[in-house]
Design a protein around this ligand. Sequence first.
Ligand SMILES: [Zn+2]
Length: 348
Amino acid sequence: MRFSEIIGNDALKGSLVRMVRGGRLGHAILLTEENGGGAFAFALALAQFVNCRQPSDEDSCDVCGSCHKYRKLIHPDLHFVFPVSTAASLSESEKKAPISDYFLPAFRELALENPYFTEQMLYDAIGIENKSGLISVAEARRIFEKLSLRAAEGTWKTMIIFLPEKMNLDAANKLLKLLEEPPQGTLFLLISHNPERLLPTIRSRCQTIALKPLDRAERRLVEGTAPDNAEYREIAKSILEAGLGKQIAGLFPQWEMLADFGREKQREWCLYMENYIRKIYLVAQGLDSLADIVPGEEATLRDFAARIRPAFYEKAFVALDGAISAVGSNVNPKLTFCDLCNRLLLAI
Ligand SMILES: [Zn+2]
C-alpha cells in the first residue's frame, strides 16, 4: 500500500515520510485510531516505504521486488499479530493455544480487501465471531522467535501488532522486553483503539501518533459497498445528468420511478446512489484503483468527475442519508424523492 492510496489524515503522510528521511523514525510506533480509522493502512504504507528499494521523495515506488511483496502482504519480513481465540477451523492442538499465524490466510484476505477493517470485521473474518480476541503469551513467544531470525531480504523486519491492548499481562511484559531491547533492524508498528489500556511502560517506549477520525465523506469512501445494478445505475446517471444540465423537468421521471419502488428497494437505491457518487469522488481524486469500477463505466465516471464541483459530495451524502431515514419512517415517498432530487440539483 502506498501513502497516496490512503483515505484521510493527509498531513500525516508527509510527516511520516519526513521522519523516515530525516532518520527520526523510532523503532516502535504506536498508531492510535478510532475503530476502523485507517491506522492499519498507515502501518502498511510505512512498512512498504521503509523497505522500498527506490522510493520517491513522497512515497514507495510500488514496483520494486520489496514493494511487490508488501503489496500482497507476503513479504517474509512482514509479520502480523492480532487478537485471536479458538475457532472451528483450528485443529485440537491449535485450539489449546491459538496464535495469529493459524489465521493468516483469512487475515490477509481481509486486509487486502479492506485495510480499514474494524475489530469486529477481524473477528468475523477469522471465524471467532462472538468471542473477544486475545493476544496470549504463546503469541508473545512466537514474536520472539520470529524476530530472532535475521531479516530475510528487507532492511527492516516489520512487526504490525493490531490491538496490543488485548495482550494479557504476561504477553505484555514479554513485548515490553522486546521494546526495551529491540532486535537489530526491527520496526514495531502498534495499532491501538484504547492506548490507555496499554502498560505505561509500553507506551513510553513508543512514538505515539494519533490519527484523526475520518470525516463523514472519508468514512463513506471506505464503507461504500452496494452491489452493482444496471437499473439503479441508469436512474443515478439520469439524475446527475439532469442536475448538471439544470433541467428540473428531466428529474420528474426519475423521482416518480423512485417513489413507486417498494420501501426496501428505495433504501437500496439510496445506498447504491451513495456508492455511485463515492466512485465519482474517488475518480476525481485520482484514486481509481479504489473505486471498483464496473467494466465500461469508466468514461462516464470520469466525465461526471470532471463536471461535478467538489462541494457536491458532502451535500449529496447528507441528502441521501436524509432520504434513507425518511424511507425508514414512512414519509410520503413522492415528497421524499422530490425533495432529494431538488437537493441534488441545487448542490451539483
Ligand atoms: Zn519499491
